[in-house]
Each structure stands twice: as C-alpha cells, then as structure tokens.
Design a protein around this ligand. Structure first.
Ligand code: SF4
Ligand code: SF4
Length: 495
C-alpha cells in the first residue's frame, strides 16, 4: 500500500443553476490575458450537448486518455516511441473552431462615433486577429439546449440511449437538461502527464494537483491531445500549455479555489482523499462495469489504523490525516457512494466527483397522502433523463450504480417529506430507506450536507503554511502569465 493525499472536489449537480459565476471568477484570476482569451479552465456546459471544445467526449476524434490492452493500459494517442514520431505533426488537436474564436467589442466606437441620426453600435472584433468577425460560436453556444438539433442531438452520450428515448428527450413537453461544470480532474493516472515528451507536467506529491512547468514546457501540445477532458490549453501568445491549477496559490494562502468560493449554488465541496497509489493501474485496467467500484476501492479509509500507520511512514502529516477524516468528499464518494467520476472509462482515474442530478420525479397526493406507488424506484428507469444516459457519463455504462445513487437521493427526499409534511404513508419511509440501503441518520446527514452545510463543512482542507507560502509565492494577480509555476524558489515542504 502506497498512501497518497489528494485535494479533491465534489459537484452536486442538482444544485447547479448554470450561472457561470465560477467560470467568470476563474477567468478573471487566471486566463484574462493575451494568448489565453479562448481558455476556460472552468467551464459549464449544458447536457445533453456537445460541450467545450465541441465533442470533447468523442475519443475516436481526439484519441485522448487510455485504452485497455491485454497487458497494461496504453495511451490512445500513441505508443511510447510513437510520440516522438508525431512531435512535429499532431492531427488530434482541437482547432480554434472546436473551441471558438474569442471576441470583444469595439466599445470605443460608442463614444467616438460622430453625431448622426442613428445609434452607434459596438462591432464584434476577434481577439486573435483584431478584425471584425461574425460570431458563430462561443464557449457555451448551446446553453439551455439552444440549437439542440445542431448541438444537443449530437451529444456522444446519446449513443447509449434508444432511438425512442432520444426522440422523447427532445420533445418540447419532455425536454430536459442539466448543467455540467468542468475543471481539470487532477487525475491519478493523468493522460496529459503521460503524453508530455518534455516531462513538463507533474502531479504534486502533497496534494495531487497536476501542474505544467512553464520553464520545461516546449509547446508540443501532446498534453492537449492526451487529456480526454480537453482541460489543457495551448497559449498561442507564450507558446506554452496551461491548465487549471486548483487555485493552489489561493489554497496555500488559506483561501478556497475561486470557482468554489464564488459558486452561487454552493454545490462544490473540497476535501482530502487518501488513496492507494499502488492500485492506480489495477483500477484503470478493470472492465467498464467495475471501474467505479475499483476507484472506490482505491480510496482509503482515513480512520483505518493500518492506513494511518502507512500514511505516517509515507510522511503524510497528521494535519492532512485529520482533514481526510473530516472530508466531505470522502463522505460523498466512499461512505455515501453518491459521487461518481466523470467518464471513468477514459482511464485517467479522475479525482474529482459528481453527484448525478436527480431531476424532477413525478409523485401525486392521494387521499391526503404522498402517493409514492409500489413501483416508484422502477419508474426511475422511465424518468425524464434515461439512466443509460447518466451511466454513459458517470459509470462507464453501469446503470445499477446510477440506480443505487438515485435510490438513496430519493430516500433522502422521502425522509425529509415525512419530517416536514408528515403525509408519507406508514411503513413507506422505512421501505424507501431499506431499498436504498440507508438509515434515517445517514439520510439526515446527506440532507444536511447537501442543503444546509456552511462554508467550513463544505471546505475541509489541511491548514496550509500560510506565511511561508505567501513569502514564496509570486502574486498571482501580478504574474498571471506564470500560472503553473507559482513559486519564486522551491518550497521547503513539511506540513
Ligand atoms: S483532466 Fe487534468 S489531470 Fe486529467 S488528463 Fe486532463 S489535464 Fe491531465
Ligand atoms: S457558480 Fe456554481 S451554480 Fe453557478 S454555474 Fe458554476 S457551479 Fe453552477
């Protein structure tokens, strides 16, 4: 057993309202500069939809992530030696049209236009060329299913659902959507790191944050292709790659990541997970059906004395262990089994997790009682969003995992309904809790964490060495172009 600590995030998708405050907070801090205009380290996309960059989930097109072989997982992009052969020509890159051509407006024209009979307008201009452009795409062009015959209907996850289900999904009266906020998953088996010929990308030992060294990066862009989530971006101004840094300079000065801190829905949770690094390859190699379970097994119980001893041997500080025991992420992922990795079949063992959206459930009141019906759980399969679709996103096609999550989320709602309105028929609450494999205490704890938890419960990371970190860090506001390096001199770590 090789114990490693990871600062990880959970997104409770039922609460995302698609406001993009997180994206703007991130953009203002990290990617509001030349060469980075088109980058959204945090983006929020509508599902069903093709996302940003468009069709990023289509690995036939981009060849990102890993494929399983008889022996060991292998990068989809190229073999170990094959990378060098492709160094000067890599056809698996998104083009600017797959992202979008960033633009601004000629606001100055509004003030400098000569007096006349008509209103002056601010024309859109490309932030790449400076020339006027016709805007034809944006980072969230299919927001709320806008243009769905062009975008939503081409969502690669729809391949998992039947033709009839697909038709129903886009009928006006059944239309359904949800929002998917995405940042780098700070994977345990990162495709970006494996694909980099310069060894410029690394996963920090102390917290698992994946960073690009701006000194070592040579701009080959293999990381952009190797990442199946398309969460590394090429800065056309500096000629280097960059990506989400989980706001480590903020974390090291005692602040939450900007996306977390600004989240209007308060749906993000940040905490420490301990995992067994020796199980990474095994975890990534299991058949699709077992991938989520394998990843859960990789995550270690921070209260287990054997884990605590091994962690101490590995040099993990007691403060990190204490944070791991107090981690909301551990609760969601391992104890409650509600939070799932995004596309685990990509093989990168993503270390950020999502609680799938439950979406509205149909239930009637009959004779003054909340009518749940004997077939309530079964009816989830005919829910507005097919289980198969969610399974394609969060469990590599294993529908039973999504069904189990839904059972528990529904049981929590029935538990609260019984407590607040008292119209749940006798025996029904117990039946729901039993079928979901949960207890009133656990249902109450889930309700508290998803509905009432304050900042300190949602954000439980170890105390960082604030003074030392501040002394060594460059000011991220002044030195935006250095994102990914951050320190003036190497830190003396030691928690
Ligand atoms: S999600 Fe992040 S860590 Fe994972 S492969 Fe992509 S860039 Fe690398
Ligand atoms: S700020 Fe929160 S609620 Fe708004 S889009 Fe981002 S994740 Fe969703």
């Amino acid at each position: 057993m090789k114990v490693r600590a990871q600062v990880s995030m959970v997104f409770n998708l039922d609460k995302c309202i698609g406001c993009h405050t997180c994206s703007i907070a991130c953009k203002n801090i990290w990617s509001d500069r030349r060469g980075a205009e088109y980058m959204w380290w945090n983006n929020v996309e509508t599902k069903p939809g093709t996302g940003y960059p468009t069709l990023w989930e289509d690995q036939e097109k981009y060849r990102g992530g890993w494929e399983r072989t008889d022996r060991e997982p292998r990068l989809r992009l190229h073999s170990r030696g094959g990378g060098l052969a492709k160094l000067f020509f890599n056809p698996r890159l998104p083009t600017i049209d797959d992202y979008y051509e960033p633009w601004s407006y000629r606001y100055g024209d509004l003030l400098s236009a000569p007096a006349g009979d008509d209103q002056p307008v601010a024309r859109p201009v490309s932030l790449v060329t400076g020339d006027p452009i016709n805007i034809e795409a944006g980072p969230n062009w299919d927001d709320d299913l806008g243009g769905s015959p062009v975008y939503g209907a081409h969502d690669p996850n729809l391949a998992a659902v039947s033709e009839a289900e697909r038709r129903q999904l886009f009928l006006l009266e059944r239309m359904v959507l949800f929002y998917l906020p995405r940042i780098c998953n700070h994977c345990a088996n990162p495709g970006c790191v494996a694909a980099c010929p310069s060894g410029a990308i690394y996963k920090r030992g102390e917290d698992g944050i994946v960073l690009v060294s701006q000194e070592k990066c040579r701009g080959w862009r293999m990381c952009v292709s190797g990442c199946p989530y398309k969460k590394v971006y090429y800065n056309w101004g500096s000629g280097k790659s960059e990506k989400c840094i989980l706001c480590y300079p903020r974390q090291e000065t005692g602040q939450a990541p900007a996306c977390f801190h600004s989240c209007v829905g308060r749906l993000r949770y940040l905490g420490v997970l301990l995992y067994d690094a020796e199980r990474i390859e095994r975890s990534a190699s299991r058949p699709d059906h077992d991938l989520v379970q394998a990843q859960r097994e990789m995550i270690l119980d921070p209260s287990d004395p054997e884990v605590v001893n091994k962690a101490a041997e590995e040099g993990i500080h007691p403060a990190v262990l204490a944070a791991a025991r107090n981690s909301p992420v551990y609760r969601f992922v391992k104890e409650w089994r509600l939070a799932l990795p995004l596309h685990p079949e990509f093989g990168t063992v993503p270390m950020l997790y999502y609680v799938p959206p439950l979406l509205p459930l149909a239930a009637d009141r009959e004779n003054g009682c909340y009518d749940l019906g004997g077939e309530f759980f079964t009816s989830l399969e005919q829910g507005r969003l097919p289980l198969r679709y969610l399974a394609s996103l969060f469990s590599a096609g294993n529908e039973e995992i999504i069904r189990a999550v839904y059972r528990k989320l529904t049981a929590v709602r029935v538990h609260r309904r019984a407590a607040t309105t008292g119209d749940v028929p006798a025996g029904e609450l117990e039946r729901f809790l039993a079928e979901a494999g949960t207890t009133p205490e656990e249902a109450e704890a889930i309700y508290h964490m998803t509905s009432l938890a304050g900042f300190d419960e949602r954000h439980a990371v170890p105390p960082f060495m604030r003074e030392m970190a501040m002394e060594m860090s460059v000011d991220p506001a002044d030195r935006k172009g250095e994102a990914g390096t951050g320190f003036l001199r190497p830190p003396k770590r030691g928690w």
